[in-house]
Design a protein around this ligand. Structure first.
Ligand code: MEV
Length: 305
């Protein structure tokens, strides 16, 4: 094993289709210019994380053990240091970024570079340490960046979606961290209880995803905003929204957004909003201390690999 090796991965935003993507429907996602970097060095004793956020998390220790096994390394003695500007618990893919970055660092330590499909398959397995039924869309965004349409599978179908011009998007982070795993499991129980109703709702989500993908490619901000709003209504109907998300989305619309919706696991967390003047919208949403970022979907700088 090399004395030290690094790997990095990006945060992500799901533009349209979260949750229904777990049930085989398409979704639209993009990498964010927020980065998580993992460095692996040789130490002594049991494998461990050196990071405030992960040091005492048993899931993180399991992540090192399983990622090491996937690249043929003995986990004992591994020390993984993580630096991250991907906020945790708000739906922008921090656990997937951690899984991909740690996997890349360990692969580099083992003198390997995993092929794309193998990397996505292993990273999706690693993400299941954090939530039970990952579709694989978060690891794909963490690993590949850019903007793409995604359908789960082994390997998944990942098709680039290229806007005519990079599309500005405001992401506003909710104050209360929440758990994607709990939101996914809650929906799974409701789906088990009434599959026909939920399958029909997932089909309606899929239609908004296809409308949204066409709008992105055409650079049609108004149509994309309408797809955001329709998707948000469907997310409320399937029970993965939350009052604070709806309040933040309503504030975004009142401040000039053409459409706004939760992004990622839901039940709180971040809201993505389309706006003709994103800096102004970010300023308006940030006036009460809400953290915001403006990302340009489709910009080349988002490529993570
Ligand atoms: C989480 O970012 C997206 C979900 O659809 C879960 C998944 O696809 O793994 C809620």
């Amino acid at each position: 094993m090399k004395a030290s090796a690094r790997g990095r991965a990006a945060g992500k935003v799901i533009l349209l289709g979260e949750h229904a993507v777990v049930y085989g429907r398409p979704a639209l996602a993009a990498g964010l210019p927020l980065w998580l970097e993992a460095e692996v060095v040789a130490g002594e004793g049991p494998a461990r994380f050196e990071s405030d956020r992960h040091a005492d998390d048993p899931r993180a220790a399991r992540l090192i053990a399983e990622a090491a096994a996937a690249v043929g390394l003995e986990p004992r003695g591994l020390v993984v240091r993580v630096r991250s500007d991907v906020p945790a618990g708000v739906g922008v893919g921090s656990s997937a970024a951690l899984a991909v970055a740690v996997l890349r660092a360990l692969a580099a330590a083992a003198g390997r570079r995993l092929a794309r499909d193998e990397e996505l398959e292993v990273a999706t397995r690693l993400e299941s340490i954090f939530h039970g039924h990952p579709s694989g869309i978060d690891p794909a965004a963490a690993a590949l960046g850019g903007c793409f349409r995604f359908v789960r599978g082994t390997p998944p179908v990942v098709a680039p979606v290229r806007p005519v011009v990079p599309l500005p998007l405001v992401i506003a982070f909710g104050a209360r961290p929440r758990s994607t795993g709990a939101a996914v499991m809650g929906l799974r129980a409701r789906w088990e209880a009434d599959r026909a109703r939920h399958e029909a709702l997932f089909d309606a989500v899929a239609a908004t995803v296809e409308d949204g993908a066409r709008a992105v490619e055409a650079g049609d901000l108004a149509a994309l905003g309408r797809a955001f709003d329709r998707n948000q209504t469907l997310l409320e109907t399937i029970g993965v929204s939350a009052p604070e998300v709806e309040a933040l989305a309503a504030r975004a619309r009142a401040a000039g957004a053409l459409g706004a919706k939760l992004t990622g696991g839901g039940a709180g967390g971040a809201v993505g909003a389309r706006a003709p003047d994103p800096e102004r919208l970010a300023g308006a949403l940030g006036a009460d201390g809400t953290r915001t970022i403006v990302a340009h979907v489709g910009a080349a700088a988002e490529e993570a690999a």
